[in-house]
Design a protein around this ligand. Structure first.
Ligand code: FES
Length: 158
């Protein structure tokens, strides 16, 4: 089949690859770029495990063809670098149980806090709504988002 060339910036690195025209972003990230921190949960846009950022917005990478984000900047969990305040808060609140959905949870939380640095409890619930966790870690997720918001605010104040 005909391959198509895409240029995408992934975690700050410009990637230029020939891909199947219908290749999904999640498969591109995992199989072509090697960003295996992004996972597939449901493959049908229902769970949010595959969430990454495209041009700063949280997006489900299992439903977006990589072609559709050509020219955009994509950020994955690897792009957070491990020491991001949201990742730190996740560790401090011991959020993960099985851990599978947590990439998506963290990417959703980072996007939420970038848009709404001081979210209310309601805004956290609304902002994290629809990123599913079968282990039911939701209370710890909320606590971690609150903790991360405090940490980011403290950092911003110096
Ligand atoms: Fe993409 Fe579930 S794997 S929403």
């Amino acid at each position: 089949s005909t391959m198509t060339r895409v240029n995408v910036t992934v975690d700050g690195v410009l990637c230029s690859d020939d891909v199947e025209p219908r290749m999904l972003l999640v498969h591109y990230l995992r199989e072509v770029v090697g960003k295996v921190g992004t996972v597939v949960g449901c493959d049908t846009s229902n769970c949010g495990a595959c969430t990454v950022h495209v041009a700063g917005k949280a997006m489900r990478s299992c439903v977006v063809p990589v072609k559709a984000v050509a020219g955009d900047a994509v950020r994955t969990i690897e792009g957070l670098g491990g020491g991001h305040p949201v990742q730190q808060a996740w560790l401090e609140e011991q959020v993960p149980q099985c851990g599978y959905c947590q990439t998506g949870q963290i990417m959703q939380a980072v996007a939420l806090l970038e848009a709404t640095p001081r979210p209310t409890a309601g805004q956290i619930r609304e902002g994290m709504n629809g990123v599913l966790c079968r282990c039911g870690t939701y209370p710890r997720i909320e606590a971690a988002v609150r903790r991360a918001a405090d940490a980011l605010a403290a950092k911003a104040e110096g």
